[in-house]
Design a protein around this ligand. Structure first.
Ligand code: CAA
Length: 396
């Protein structure tokens, strides 16, 4: 795949490879994912078969170079994939997003060669599933206040990890995780270290599964660490740099969630346009009424604005590859606007559909439930506003 960003004028180029990928993912998502979405939403079962198929298509490690098991594509390819998958089912796109950006991206950026061989290759290829574990029951937006601890043993060979993590996406099924935990609590943020965790070792206990409002097929659980022994070789990056790694990885993750939100919004919007043409009231299609037209116009405008903000964030991430300059601001803006757009559009879609929007016979009520999480995970809308405002005001 060729680079997508022209470094001289910073415009996005949709290559033939991008178009082919978009087409392949769209066809797969519409044929294999969309028909099972309602059933898996109802049961809350993890959709292992379709996730494995996406792994075989290279969609679980899109930006990971081929020598590490990935597809060797770029951020625009990742974004296009996320939009198409989310349009068919948000749960699938959550699993894709965590595997790609929260797990693979951090490992690519900060992992040693042996770590990449052991932890990246099987996950980027889709053979195994990866997760990211930052949040705790009493530590969410304030990630620096975590209670879990990793203590180096006397021999200096292993960290002994104890504590409880919550809201771990793919926690019930993950084979490996990037874990953030405190190695020096006196240092606050600077006392956090990142570890690569093998989920099949003693002391790794999968806790209660979260019964969720939306993205119900994306399994989420607590993970308890009970004297888990992690070899020192599995420290990701440097001791004490875990917080920065967590934030760096979230910058990439937030572009993925913005794309997921756009996919949900597009699905809700297209259903609404169709319904506005078909449903009659007072002897006319409801789309002929100006109150429906206003909703359609506002939905479309916000969707297209989201797309542009996501593309801007993609460009900023490509810039980062050349210059190392952070793209925190662009990622936060894209995530904030797109997630609020998804919620707005799904809300309007339910309203346009009336009673049918409230019925489980159509997917519109699921879009509404699924959209909500995009305003919460990987940094709430309040956190995104804080990040943006601090940046603009030069504050810390
Ligand atoms: N990239 C690199 N470094 C960063 C950074 C970034 N994006 N953001 C902050 N840092 C660095 C700062 O430069 C600073 O470094 P120095 O001390 O060396 O100068 C250090 O990190 C501390 O930064 P702040 O003082 O800004 O940190 P803070 O404690 O004030 O926190 C915050 C800021 C924005 C609130 C941050 O804690 C945050 O984003 N919280 C939300 C966490 C979140 O998104 N959680 C979701 C978890 S994942 C999930 O949802 C589950 C899932 O599985 C999907």
């Amino acid at each position: 795949m060729v680079a997508t960003v022209d470094p001289t004028n910073l415009t996005l180029q949709m290559t033939d490879e991008h178009l082919a990928l978009q087409d392949a993912v769209r066809k797969f998502a519409q044929k294999e994912i969309m028909p099972i979405a309602a059933e898996f939403d109802e049961s809350g079962e993890f959709p292992l078969d379709t996730i494995k198929k996406m792994g075989a298509m290279g969609l679980m490690g899109i930006e990971v170079p081929e020598e590490y098991g990935g597809a060797g594509m770029d951020t625009l390819a990742y974004v296009l994939t996320m939009i198409e998958v989310a349009k068919a089912d948000a749960s699938h796109s959550t699993i894709v997003s965590v595997n790609n950006s929260l797990y693979c991206h951090g490992l690519m950026k900060f992992g040693t060669e042996p770590q990449k061989q052991e932890f990246l290759v099987p996950v980027a290829s889709g053979e195994k599933i990866g997760a990211y574990s930052l949040t705790e029951p009493m530590s969410g937006s304030d990630a620096g206040t975590m209670q879990s601890r990793a203590v180096l043993n006397e021999a200096g060979t292993h960290y002994i990890i104890n504590g409880r993590k919550s809201w771990v996406t793919s926690g019930p099924v993950a084979d490996a995780l990037v874990l953030f935990t405190m190695t020096d609590a006196d240092k606050g943020n600077k006392g956090i270290t990142a570890f690569m965790i093998d989920a099949h070792q003693p002391g790794f206990i999968r806790g209660k599964k979260e019964p969720k409002m939306g993205i119900r097929a994306s399994a989420t659980s607590e993970i308890v660490y009970d004297n888990y022994q992690c070899p020192v070789e599995n420290v990701l990056g440097k001791v004490g740099e875990g917080f920065k790694i967590a934030m760096t990885v979230l910058d990439a993750g937030r572009i993925g969630i913005a794309s997921q939100a756009l996919g949900i919004a597009e699905a809700a919007y297209e259903a609404s346009v169709q319904y506005a043409k078909e449903r009659h009231a007072f002897g006319e299609p409801i789309g002929s009424f100006q109150m429906i037209q206003q909703k359609i116009a506002d939905m479309k405008m916000r969707i297209e604005a989201s797309r542009q903000l996501i593309y801007t964030a993609v460009l900023a991430k490509e810039r980062n590859k050349r210059t190392g300059e952070r793209y925190t601001l662009e990622a936060s803006i894209a995530k904030l606007f797109s997630s609020e757009t998804a919620m707005f559009v799904a809300h309007q879609a339910v309203q346009i559909h009336g009673g049918m929007g409230y019925s489980k016979e159509l997917p519109v009520e699921r879009y509404f439930r699924d959209a909500k999480i995009t305003e919460i995970y990987e940094g709430t809308s309040e956190v995104q506003r804080l990040v943006i405002a601090r940046n603009e005001l030069g504050l810390r």
